[in-house]
Design a protein around this ligand. Sequence first.
Ligand code: SF4
Length: 279
Amino acid sequence: MSLITGDFRIFPNARNFSGRIGEGTAEDSTPIDSIARELRGLSPSGVEWCNYGISPYRGCYHNCIYCYAKLMNQRYGWVKSWSKPEPKEVRWQDLKKSVTRAEPGRIFFSPVCDAYQPLEKKLGLSRRILEEVLLPSQHQIYILTKSSLVGRDFDIVKGRENVRVGLTITTLDDKTAKSFEPNSSPPSERVKTLEEAHSLGIFTFVSIEPWILEITNPVEIMSKLHSTVDAWIIGTHNYSGAQKESYRPLVGPLFQYLSQSGVKYLLKDELLQAIKGEF
Ligand code: SF4
């Protein structure tokens, strides 16, 4: 894959695939087939930086207050309670076939739940999908989680060229994070997990999304974690009522940091749209 340092995109070819619908993460976009009871194959990723997605659970115990999938669940009732997740019934042969036949691309693991929420500790479903289906495949695997449980699987991830491990970080303050990401690992633990991954030679990335106005400080996060993070993805806070124009005065310091630090990064379309005409 191509990573362009100093450009505003680190995944320049992501749009060339037909598999994606919508944009955003579980926070702001939900590919409908990602919440089916059975897991038979790849779904559109729902994000601009990956082509396909696989979500092993329906619902998510992390129960973030900004979760768009949770809001959608209230409307459509996919699961009784979003914070009481159910494992999907995996059709292993179908899933393997789907992954094997798909044009090589980037798989988001996972767009509509956290693959490393607490139930995973008991069931090991995400680990099995990784080990048996994703890691041996021709695709690039992008794990993105808010849980330090992902560290359990570093034994099968390390040494693999086709996998990146990402943690979402919206604030570095554990107490603040608890108020809107109540059941995720505290940011301090996520940082330790990133450090461990980095020390094992695993490619790491951080998703700063949602960028919660008056709470999230991307430059502070990037400055503190720069030695353990290989690439960054930065978005906005969708469906929150936050005025997109509010980001305009905030991006000056961010752009300055990005241009001076030489880090690899992706600014999501929604952020670029919000600051359109500003630079
Ligand atoms: S971690 Fe779970 S609850 Fe939080 S935004 Fe992602 S899917 Fe929603």
